[in-house]
Unconditional design. Sequence first.
Length: 185
Amino acid sequence: MKTLLDFLPFVLFFGAFKLYDIYVGTAVLMAATALQMVVIYRLDGRLQTIQKVTLLLVLVFGTLTLVLHDERFIKWKPTVLYAAMSMGLAVAVWGLRKNFLKTMLGNQLELPDGVWQRLNLAWVVYTAFMAAINAYVVLNYSTEQWVSFKVWGYVFPLAFLIAQGFYIAPHLKADEKAPTDGASQ
C-alpha cells in the first residue's frame, strides 16, 4: 500500500502530462502530493522531515511553474531536493557530527556505527549524483525527454536501494527464533 502511495503522485503527473501538458501535469502533481501527505499523516500520525520538504518543494515549484507559466521550475525541483538532501546529510555528519540517517532509522535498524557512517556517505554521493543527472537532463533535453527520463530514471533509486539492502543485510541482527508448534511441548 505504502509503495503504491509513494509512486501515485508521479504516475498521475505522468498520465496528465501525456494526456494534456506539463502545466496540467504539474497541477495534478501538486494535488496528488498534498493528498498523499494527508493519507500518510492519517496512517502514521506524522510526516517525516523529507516528506514535509518534498511537499513544500512540490507546492512552491509547482506554483511558480503555473503562475509564471514556465516549466523550468517543476523540472528543477528534483535537482533542488536532491542537492538539499546531499548537502544536509554532509553538513550534519561532517559539520555537526550527527548522522541523520541513524537518527531517523536507528530505532528500526540496529547497525554498527561504521555501517551508519558508510550508509550516510552513500546517501550523500547518491543524492548528489541524482541532483547532477537531473540537472544535466533539464539542461540538455526537451521536456518530453525529461519526463521520459523521470520514468526510466526510477532505475537509479531502485538499484541504490537494492544495493543498500545487500550492504546492510549481513550487519542486521537475526531475530530470535520462536519455538515451532510442538517444540515447546
